[in-house]
Ligand binder design. Structure first.
Ligand code: AMP
Length: 283
């Protein structure tokens, strides 16, 4: 694996690879790598010639400075994991390298409805920061495909919108959510939970399964109420949302409609750690 900290050197290397008509697969991450990230690396390995991973804890997407401060950094371990999984290139730039002219966004991205709901509503400015960093990374790397996790479902929709706005010739590969045996969606934030909290946190997945099982049998309101009870009884003290939405648009669903493909999305706090998860529901 070749490591790059500087954009200029990376671009020079990529130019040579592109002259050899290599297909570039890109996996953007914030590090503290786990099986979820590795599943993206594996998908990239299977589908492209050159796998490039970036590790950059992006300051512009943290609306809560404490969250940024506490974000885990495990670079040595990340490098080993990436090496073990046949990553070709690691790009781990400094903040200055990504934001040489400062972090302010001159013109906000016209993301529209998608940034006003769910994660967008709970974390103001978050998706502008996500769009900004992925835009900059895509401009540097110019990959053929970017590999992203369905765990951050709304994030993929935001990136799709940004790519459309900027007309980048890049495909998005959306990878399924990797889970612990308990069902808990693997996340870098899980490192901040105790073993007991991790067990309790699997209630998010249990409640998603409960909703999927009973969608169409109970009303959406009843399902939300029951799921909220399940979460509260397992130690989630604050629930940001238990949302039902159209899978293609994320428009809210308030009533069961047969044959409509929906997604259920949950965000809730276990202690100070905010966890998100989702499940697609085909009926
Ligand atoms: P992050 O480092 O949290 O910004 O995540 C980097 C990428 O990994 C994003 O595309 C995430 O959606 C994806 N990812 C995070 N957790 C998982 C998971 N459990 N399964 C699959 N992909 C994931």
């Amino acid at each position: 694996m070749i490591l790059f900290k500087e954009t200029a050197a990376l671009k020079k290397h990529l130019k040579t690879l592109k002259e050899q008509h290599k297909e570039i697969g890109f996996v953007p991450t914030m590090g503290a790598l786990h099986e979820g990230h590795i599943s993206l690396i594996k998908s990239a390995r299977e589908n492209t010639d050159i796998v490039i991973c970036s590790i950059f804890v992006n300051p512009t997407q943290f609306n809560d400075p404490k969250d940024l401060e506490k974000y885990p950094v495990t670079l040595d371990q990340d490098i080993l994991l990436l090496e073990e999984n046949q990553t070709d290139i690691l790009f781990f730039p400094s903040v200055k390298e990504i934001y040489p002219d400062g972090k302010d966004l001159k013109t906000p991205y016209a993301l529209g409805y998608i940034e006003t709901i769910l994660e967008g509503a709970a974390r103001p400015g978050h998706f502008q920061g996500v769009a900004q960093v992925v835009d900059r990374l895509l401009a540097i790397i110019e990959p053929d495909t970017v590999f992203m996790g369905q765990k951050d479902y709304q994030q993929i929709m935001v990136i799709r919108k940004m790519i459309e706005l900027k007309k980048y010739p890049v495909e998005i590969f959306s990878a399924p959510i990797k889970r612990e045996i308990s069902g808990l969606a693997i996340s870098s934030r899980n490192m901040r939970l105790t073993e007991q909290e991790k067990k309790d946190a699997s209630a998010i997945y249990t409640s998603l399964l409960f909703i999927k099982e009973n969608y169409g049998k109970l009303s959406i309101h009843q399902l939300q109420k029951r799921a909220a009870e399940m979460l509260t009884n397992s130690g989630f003290h604050k629930i940001d949302y238990i949302a039902f939405a159209d899978v293609a648009t994320l428009n809210p669903i308030t009533e069961y409609q047969p044959k409509q493909k929906i997604i259920i999305l949950i965000a809730a706090f276990m202690d100070e750690v905010r966890l998100i998860d989702n499940l697609i529901c085909d009926v």
